[in-house]
Design a protein around this ligand. Structure first.
Ligand code: DX5
Ligand code: ZN
Length: 219
């Protein structure tokens, strides 16, 4: 049987911000599929990362799709701005969007793929009525806000449950896992039904990030 294709999305948050162009060029050369861009507002999560000017700067050098993960309250306020900054896929948190269905429709109308993310404490069952409308679910395997945290083991069963639910509601659903991903848990996550993996520290803090990406790609 042909091995299923896994999307690898290294998280820029763990890269060297003083050398962003170099980091982008490394990702362009590598087996990475997407650039994962973490936007934090200091309200939804207890940390602030970066916003539009930095995303625009990355876009100038990125030759692969930009997977933008919004950890901000009321994400619907900025949909057009993120499109203009270069987002190809825009993911909002279920916990941060009161009118999630409307937000998802607006993301798609703006010409982007739409993703919904859930925090570790949020039940997969809450996605049932939005699943058919979205391209991707981002399952958080750490509490969002910081890179370098350890992976929460309960994620495997959430991914399994979600893949089962997607079977009838959205067979093409991309299930992406974010937080504490490494070569050890990657294989088990893929077996559980994940087909996109975000990795920050594991890639950028390794001796050879390009090779680490290849290892994840072949996990
Ligand atoms: C966490 C972010 C992640 C983070 C992953 O809030 O959403 O994308 O950068 O970093 P690692 O892989 O180091 O856990
Ligand atoms: Zn993320």
């Amino acid at each position: 049987m042909k091995k299923k294709e896994i999307i690898i999305a290294p998280s820029i948050l763990a890269s060297d911000f003083a050398n962003l162009q170099k980091e982008c060029e490394m990702l362009n050369r590598s087996d990475a599929d997407w650039f994962h861009i973490d936007v934090m507002d200091g309200v939804f999560v207890p940390n602030i990362s970066f916003g539009m000017p930095v995303i625009k700067a990355i876009k100038k050098h990125a030759e692969k799709p930009m997977d933008v993960h919004l950890m901000i309250v009321q994400p619907e306020r900025y949909i057009k701005d993120f499109k203009e900054a270069g987002a190809d896929l825009l993911t909002v948190h279920l916990e941060a969007s009161t009118h999630l269905h409307r937000t998802v429709q607006e993301i798609k109308a703006a010409g982007m793929k739409a993703g919904v993310s859930i925090n570790p404490h949020t039940s997969v069952s809450l996605l049932e009525d939005i699943l058919a409308d979205i391209d991707l679910v981002l399952v958080m395997s750490v509490n969002p806000g910081f890179g370098g945290q350890s992976f929460i083991e309960n994620t495997y069963s959430k991914v399994e449950e979600l893949r089962e639910m997607a079977g009838s509601l959205n067979p093409d659903l991309i299930i992406e896992v974010d937080g504490g991903v490494n070569i050890q848990n990657a294989t088990e996550l893929i077996a559980a039904g994940a087909n996109a993996l975000v990795a920050g520290s594991f890639v950028f803090k390794s001796a050879n990030p390009e090779q680490t990406i290849t290892e994840l790609k072949n996990a």
